[in-house]
Write a protein of this length. Structure first.
Length: 379
């Protein structure tokens, strides 16, 4: 990397770190997976989210941490998180003390390590109770500790209203702003484990439908996994119906090749983009990329033509404002966006051409509003 570009990238990383610290990330409580009494959670009026976890993180010996940022073999867990009765859609009410107060914050009700046989048995029990017999897999992004991933996924499941069985796939992110290179390698390291997990879900005859939602760098491991599954199996299973790519930290040219190598029988892809995403602006400089997928301008004729040709739906979130100063988590923090995601998960239909008022207007740009020549015909 040229020296000038490296210096600029380092400056942006320092700015990003300062913003993250000012937002309170550095002061978050650690080791939150020490369960409270179930009766206390029930009496508080809190709702709850039960999830199964598959991870390539190494288990931690620290009480309440469960998994750290080191790489390990495939491990499994069952976690139940209670959501406070006054929860604000899009927010994660982080506990300020332990034991957590379920009336005011997210709280851990159950956090158990499991072996492969135990988690498969529990998965089948939960699937049997799910009306749709569908599964939602979430793959988090860069700079995420294990607790970040668990709490964010619990919020997404709760706020979207999905009845799918939630499965978190979490890879070994250091959870540090300067660990970008380590995180990228860890995401690549985790491709085979994610493929094995998805392969099990596909093979299970009781599973009707699989949706995958990934964020930021998690899109890299998701797309690479789907690509290699397609090559290995000469196509992807029709059970994998929806893939939602939020703020994808993936080079646009690499994305094109990944899509093409998956062939025509691909899932429905929905890409959530934001032109003011500061994290992706940093990534673009770091990699010398022409554009990161999550920050493209969907009105650009070249991008619009490719998305239209390959039936890829694009949600432009640029106009949405949230409390995230990096503008890198709007898909989960905007009540309007998370409701639209819930609708897509419930119906199995990609988000269509819609305008949502949230102070600012959200333009949901889909293949239906792109002409064959790539020019936009409407909003």
């Amino acid at each position: 990397m040229p020296l000038g570009r490296l210096v600029a990238a380092c400056r942006l990383l320092l700015v990003a770190g300062a913003i993250a610290a000012s937002a309170g990330c550095a002061s978050r409580l650690d080791n939150v997976f020490i369960p409270i009494e179930d009766s206390i959670a029930l009496s508080s009026g809190a709702s709850r989210v039960e999830m199964l976890v598959a991870t390539t993180r190494k288990p931690s010996d620290v009480p309440g941490e469960m998994f750290g940022g080191d790489r390990g073999e495939a491990s499994f867990a069952e976690i139940t998180i209670s959501i406070p009765p006054g929860h604000k859609p899009g927010a994660v009410e982080w506990p300020t003390k332990l034991p957590a107060d379920p009336e005011k914050s997210f709280a851990t009700v159950k956090a158990d390590f499991m072996d492969r046989a135990e988690v498969l048995t529990l998965f089948n029990k939960r699937l049997a109770k799910a009306p749709s017999r569908s599964v939602l897999v979430f793959v988090h992004g860069y700079n995420n500790r294990f607790d970040d991933a668990v709490f964010r996924f619990a919020q997404i499941v709760h706020d979207s209203g999905t009845d799918a069985v939630p499965v978190l796939f979490t890879w070994p992110s250091r959870g540090g702003i300067l660990a970008y290179g380590y995180d990228k390698d860890s995401a690549t390291y985790s491709r085979d484990a994610l493929e094995k997990m998805l392969g099990y879900l596909v093979a299970d005859k009781s599973v009707n439908e699989i949706s995958i939602m990934s964020h930021s760098m998690g899109n890299w491991v998701t797309l690479e996994t789907l690509r290699q599954m397609s090559i290995r199996n000469r196509g992807l299973s029709p059970k994998i119906q929806n893939v939602l790519l939020a703020d994808p930290d993936v080079d646009i040219d690499i994305f094109r090749t990944q899509v093409l190598e998956m062939g025509e029988k691909r899932p429905d892809f929905t890409v959530f983009v934001s032109g003011d995403d500061k994290a992706l602006a940093t990534s673009k400089i770091l990699w010398g990329s022409t554009a990161r997928l999550g920050a493209i301008d969907p009105t650009n004729p070249t991008y619009a033509a490719f998305m239209h040709q390959h039936r890829i739906h694009v949600v432009n979130m640029t106009a949405i404002k949230t409390d995230d100063e990096m503008n890198h988590g709007k898909f989960a923090e905007s009540p309007e966006i998370i409701q639209l995601i819930g609708r897509q998960l419930a119906t199995g239909q990609p988000i269509s051409d819609t305008k949502v008022s949230a102070g600012d207007t959200v333009n949901l740009l889909t293949a239906s509003v792109v002409s064959a020549g790539g020019a936009l015909t409407g909003k």
